[in-house]
Design a protein around this ligand. Structure first.
Ligand code: APR
Length: 320
């Protein structure tokens, strides 16, 4: 069987890391695309030269022309600008919306059958706009945020409890921003919910709330440390898990920004929810029961996503 083709649209910090990981995991042949001349070509060559050392087979190439992504099975989109200290994800909206219009046209023309994973921020609004600009089916266009947010939560919890990250599961709902909703009663250590761990004296409710807040601020913490850009290792690893679930039809249950059609009482809106990703793309949106407080937080998060969508329509009225 021919190798899958993975197109990385945007070859900056996340794009380069995606290419490296996709190569190491032998997910397929990789095309790096960017408007910056030389960057995708240089990264492709550098990573290709690591292949003999690491022992993986993948054809890597770089391009500045969308024709190079022709027939891609998966497109992962990071094109746009990243945050600098003091900026919120929402500050990127105006610039990145225009980028999504170009990317959407490129994908529609050359890779209309691809599974598209958007990483560009502000995530929920950008993936919504990308789906509209590309015209691809809604179940084939998703946003990567929940895997990253829950990975951050898992890391902080494993560190707190001095247990393996493998035994910590975490659930994060809602938009990728300050209003995200880490769900403590659906997050566990080896199946034991965090709410029970509080009762068992593993940590106090106050300490748990601190960890939840650090998760919400997880991206900003890294922007503050790096000073020149935003996180890239964990975002890339998170998108690769989603691509792998699609390419191998693993049917992983992962939190992702998915298009809702009635689930959670929402329509024609992208927001973070648990989904099943398999060969058909987003095969199912899992609707979990929310208690009063969780519902309030989720509604608050949805409202902030809607605010960003309105701002997008203000700039590009054809999105309506
Ligand atoms: N088409 C294609 N590529 C573009 C375009 C465009 N119209 N505009 C910018 N780019 C490219 C840039 O040339 C750059 O190489 O997108 C790349 C972005 O890379 P970085 O600036 O290194 O940003 P990165 O850290 O990879 O993050 C990308 O993901 O998490 C989000 O907030 C983050 O929106 C940002 C995106």
């Amino acid at each position: 069987m021919a190798r899958a083709k993975i197109a990385l649209i945007g070859s900056g910090m996340i794009g380069g890391t995606l290419a490296h990981l996709a190569g190491l995991k032998e997910l397929g042949d990789i095309v790096l695309f960017d408007i910056a001349e030389g960057t995708p070509q240089g990264k492709a060559l550098d990573i290709a030269q690591s292949a003999p050392v690491e022992g993986f087979d993948a054809r890597l190439s770089g391009a500045n022309d969308y024709a190079a992504i022709e027939g891609a099975d998966v497109c992962i989109v990071t094109a746009g600008v990243a945050r600098k200290p003091g900026m919120s994800r929402d500050d990127l909206l105006g610039i990145n919306l225009k980028v999504m219009e170009q990317v959407g046209a490129g994908i529609a023309k050359y890779a209309p059958n691809a599974f598209v994973i958007c990483i560009t921020n502000p995530l929920d609004a950008m993936v919504w706009a990308l789906q509209k600009f590309s015209g691809l089916p809604k179940n084939k266009v998703v946003g990567m945020a929940g895997v990253l947010d829950s990975a951050r939560f898992r890391h902080f919890l494993a560190d707190e409890f001095k247990v393996s990250v493998e035994d910590v599961t975490a659930f994060v709902l809602g938009g990728h921003g300050d209003t995200m909703v880490p769900l403590t009663r659906y997050s566990t250590v080896a199946g034991v919910p965090l709410t029970d761990l509080v009762k068992m004296g593993w940590l106090t409710a106050e300490r748990l709330e601190e960890i939840v807040q650090r998760t919400r601020d997880g991206g900003a913490e890294i922007v503050g440390l790096l000073k020149t850009g935003s996180a890239y290792y964990a975002p890339a690893a998170s998108a690769i898990v989603m691509a792998e679930s699609y390419l191998k039809d693993k049917k992983r249950v992962l939190p992702a920004a998915a298009s809702l059609k009635g689930e959670y009482g929402q329509n024609d809106l992208y927001v973070g929810v648990p989904v099943v990703i398999g060969a058909a793309g987003v095969e199912r949106v899992i609707e979990i029961e929310l208690n009063g407080d969780e519902q309030t937080q989720f509604t608050n998060s949805v409202n902030s996503v809607k605010g960003l969508m309105e701002a997008c329509i203000g700039i590009a009225p054809n999105l309506k």
